[in-house]
Write a new protein. Structure first.
Length: 164
């Protein structure tokens, strides 16, 4: 899991907070213990920050994935709640502040890498799968105003989620 700011210098970040997910000793891998779990990365995204980060899906239930990937506020604990801006692996749907925006992205399966680029000032969230071209998911600066966001993984179904 990596992140970079405007300087272009890659910085290694780790999972630092979770509920019902175990975090590896080095902080780079999470496994869910129960359904309805989440884990956040120690990369605070605020006004003026631009980041790029990736999640590598090490394991999930093939074609029955129960994991979402993206960004959220610190008080958000479910993928379909206010404060989450995530892609649902099973369907490719974008969940945006508790609303299902429909299919915006390919399905995310085990062994895929899903990457994100977020520019806070522009309110622009892009994502891409493996080596595909980035897709704009959100382009609305007002949507994120006043919020502090973090790269986040949510699990809502199954107990095989393993993400790096």
């Amino acid at each position: 899991l990596g992140s970079a700011v405007h300087s272009g210098t890659p910085v290694q970040h780790t999972f630092s907070k979770s509920d019902q997910m175990s975090i590896s000793e080095d902080g780079t891998v999470v496994n869910n213990i129960r359904e309805n779990s989440w884990a956040r990365v120690d990369c605070e995204i605020t006004v003026g920050v631009s980041v790029e980060f990736s999640f590598e899906v090490l394991d999930d239930r093939e074609n029955d994935e129960g994991t979402c990937y993206g960004i959220s506020t610190s008080d958000c604990t479910k993928y379909d709640s206010r404060g989450s801006f995530v892609l649902r692996g099973y369907s490719g749907h974008l969940y945006c502040d508790s609303s299902d925006k429909g299919e915006k992205f390919p399905k995310i399966h085990p062994r895929n890498r899903v990457s994100f680029r977020f520019d806070y000032s522009e309110g622009r969230l892009e994502a891409w799968l493996d080596d595909q071209e980035p897709r704009v998911l959100i382009n609305d600066p007002g949507l994120f105003a006043g919020r502090i966001l973090y790269p986040t993984v949510f699990n809502y179904h199954g107990t095989r989620t393993k993400v790096k």
